[in-house]
Design a protein around this ligand. Structure first.
Ligand code: ZN
Length: 450
């Protein structure tokens, strides 16, 4: 695999355009907003839509009733909408029960949420599991509300229906799977939600365009928490095929990449991401697993324990725009989205190409110059890197070290080490090691990556 040469890779403009198209849709953990979102994603990647009835038991949880909303407002008695759902879907607390009432400002105030430290921003709030209703307004809007009566309407329904998610399975040569998961449950928020959706969708499109992959891929577009719990409960018999996974979120805003390791901490996905980020021209950091955050906390719960990490830029609670109206189309940038897609492609390249080779010339160094293996093209730095990679691969291809082990030890990008191995194989100096029966068994039990 060579990511850079892929002609079908989307650009930052493609990624941003999808974010812009999805931005106005009012999504929640259930409802028509998720369906409309999945229909748009289907134009990028072939996603199947799955509907799970309300009331379905999923481990310790129950699929909730379906929520839909058509309109909502707070009107002054002269009929003017002072707070209008049509202006921003963030104005209504997600999962608000229907309401029609005439209330004094004092009666209304307990139902209003603001963000005093950012007076022009509207907060994003939800009340999925406790029946209630509310509006989110900017502190500046609240100031304009005089002490009077107001007509309040939330034209919503909360009734038995379905939880909807999207799934796309792309079979490879092996049944071993890579899980890519993102959440589709937030309304008009760009970085938290839509950036991950867009990167996952175009990553899927790129995978579809590859002539072959060694691994199989499963993309999930699911509501956060209840979606992953539901999917895991319904698919628990087939989870054994998942070897590696990534939760994608917060990939369009400012800041370098942050990778949160899987629960294991040293799985192949962890080591693959670390190598890619170490050699990425960007500030990045690696953090250990914590049982909080996005859906990795479900994939890494002790009874499930999949090798799933979380890739983001600045993490969710470390930027003030998080869960506010300021996480808008200006907060995400095409170049940030595009770099995020490239990083994901590079991670997949490592997962696809990771292998162990055996040197066929272990008695001292082979004479590389005679074979024309000292390159004369490329800059001095690149040449030196390539030559060093040849020596590292020759020395450590002893059957006990994989290409990723060698890349880590040599502080070289995986791609450079892989290229060296291909070149040495072409010159009959290296042979790809076939997995022994014992190793194959270990792989089958999911132990091959440790
Ligand atoms: Zn969120």
């Amino acid at each position: 695999m060579t990511v850079v040469a892929s002609p079908s890779a989307a650009t930052g403009t493609d990624l941003y355009t999808l974010v812009r198209q999805l931005y106005p849709i009012c999504r929640s953990i259930t409802g028509d907003g998720v369906r409309e979102t999945l229909r748009r994603i289907q134009q990028v990647v072939p996603v199947s839509v799955v509907e799970v009835p309300s009331g379905t038991r999923v481990f310790d949880w129950v699929v909730p009733r379906e929520w839909n909303i058509r309109d909502a407002w707070i009107k002054s008695l002269d009929g003017r909408r002072v707070i209008d759902f049509q202006a921003s879907n963030l104005h209504v607390v997600s999962y608000s029960t229907p309401v029609r009432a005439r209330l004094s400002l004092a009666e209304l105030k307990p139902h209003l949420s603001t963000l005093p430290e950012h007076p022009t921003w509207v907060p994003y709030k939800t009340s999925y599991y406790k029946p209630s209703w509310g509006f989110c307004v900017s502190a500046a809007q609240l100031e304009t509300l005089i002490d009077a009566e107001y007509d309040v309407c939330i034209d919503s329904t909360l009734e038995d229906g379905h939880l909807t998610y999207g799934e796309c399975y792309l079979p490879g040569e092996s049944r071993d799977e890579v899980l890519i998961s993102c959440h589709v449950c937030h309304p008009s928020l760009c970085n938290d939600n839509l950036s991950g959706v867009s990167v996952a969708a175009f990553l899927g499109q790129w995978l579809c365009g590859l002539s072959r992959t060694r691994l199989s891929y499963r993309l999930l577009f699911i509501p956060g928490t209840i979606g992953s719990i539901t999917w895991l409960a319904l698919n628990r018999d087939t989870l054994g095929a998942i070897r590696h996974g990534l939760v994608l979120t917060g990939l369009g805003g400012p800041g370098g990449f942050v990778y949160k390791r899987s629960r294991d901490g040293n799985a192949l996905i962890d080591r693959a991401v670390e190598n890619v980020l170490q050699h990425w021209n960007d500030q990045s950091s690696i953090r250990d697993f914590t049982p909080y955050g996005y859906d990795e906390r479900q994939y890494c719960s002790p009874g499930i324990n999949l090798s799933v990490g979380c890739l983001s830029r600045t993490p969710y609670d470390e930027y003030p725009e998080y869960h506010t109206s300021a996480d808008d189309l200006n907060f995400v940038a095409p170049n940030q989205l595009e770099a995020s897609l490239r990083v994901c492609q590079s991670i997949i390249e490592v997962l696809e190409d990771e292998a162990t080779y055996l040197t066929l010339n272990p008695m001292c160094e082979p004479q590389l110059g005679r074979r024309g293996l000292y390159s004369t093209t490329g800059g001095a730095g690149e040449r030196r890197g390539n030559e060093m990679a040849l020596l590292w691969v020759l020395n450590f291809s002893d059957g006990a070290h994989s290409l990723l082990d060698i890349a880590r030890r040599a502080s070289l990008p995986f791609r450079t080490v892989k290229r060296a191995a291909v070149l040495l194989e072409e010159h009959q100096l290296l042979r790809r090691q076939q997995a022994t029966k014992m190793e194959a068994n270990r792989m089958e039990q999911g132990l091959g990556d440790r």
